[in-house]
Design a binder for this molecule. Structure first.
Ligand SMILES: [Zn+2]
Ligand SMILES: [Zn+2]
Length: 251
């Protein structure tokens, strides 16, 4: 038999135990811990007011991803290697005229003074608006390359131009964009955000519609001690469209 007289006890609940943490029993100690303090955690994500995209660093993403990533990072920063598990779930997006915020349920399991504690709580994530890099460049008419669609001894047909535009839009990736389209008497100019995407678009157009392209670069200016170039891609579609050649020979 154990000698109860000499056992320590918890001053909070009176339970007799030798397992005291901060002079409280395990259960009472856990009750003093609050892993998720709603007002204390200042977290925010950004949304672009023009394109509506959410961002994770400079990468566009979904609101779920932006919120989950940002909150998880904050939890990891707080609990470091004491963190055993962190689950973040977006419950609701609340918008009013003054601000927008995401209501998030967070479950954290962490080791606090040798005791594993798991708690679930709710926090608010502010949704801040800004204009993303891409949108401010589009608004400023920025371009780094022009894809010039022309045809040998003729004006490109409407369906060829429509195909070229469709190819241009579907060739874009990441932060790339088409800033302008200009219909001229000799063809169509498509203004794009980078030389790389201009080249990719030109290649894809030639692959689909035939012909070839050449590129030329000219110095546009200097920025931060570096030369800034603009590149023109001269796409030349074949003089005779596929099928038309056969027709002419028979005539
Ligand atoms: Zn107790
Ligand atoms: Zn944007």
């Amino acid at each position: 038999m154990t000698n109860e007289k000499w056992m320590k006890f918890c001053p909070q609940c009176g339970k007799r135990t030798d397992d005291l943490i901060d002079s409280l029993c395990r259960e009472c100690f856990i009750r003093t811990i609050q892993l998720i303090e709603p007002g204390e955690m200042k977290v925010s994500v950004s949304i672009c007011k023009r394109c509506g995209a959410y961002f994770r660093g400079s990468e566009r993403t979904s609101i779920e991803d932006a919120v989950v990533h940002t909150v998880s990072r904050e939890i990891r920063r707080r609990y470091k290697n004491r963190l055993e598990r962190c689950m973040v779930e977006v419950n609701q997006i609340v918008r009013n005229s003054r601000r927008a915020r995401a209501i998030v349920t967070v479950t954290v399991r962490a080791e606090i003074r040798g005791v594993t504690v798991e708690q679930t709580g709710e926090i608010e994530v502010d949704i801040k608006t800004w204009t993303c890099n891409r949108c401010s460049r589009i608004a400023g008419g920025y371009y780094a390359a022009i894809v010039q669609i022309r045809a040998q001894n003729r004006f490109p047909a409407d369906d060829e131009l429509a195909t070229a535009v469709e190819i241009a839009q579907s060739s874009l990736s990441g932060e790339e964009f088409v800033s302008r389209q200009r219909l001229l008497k000799e063809g169509l100019d498509i203004y794009v955000s980078s030389m790389e995407c201009g080249r990719r678009i030109s290649r894809a157009i030639v692959k689909r519609l035939g012909g070839n392209f050449t590129e030329s670069r000219r110095l546009y200016g200097r920025k931060d001690g570096r030369n800034i170039y603009r590149t023109s891609f001269a796409v030349r579609l074949p003089g005779l469209r596929e099928g038309e050649g056969d027709l002419k020979e028979k005539m």
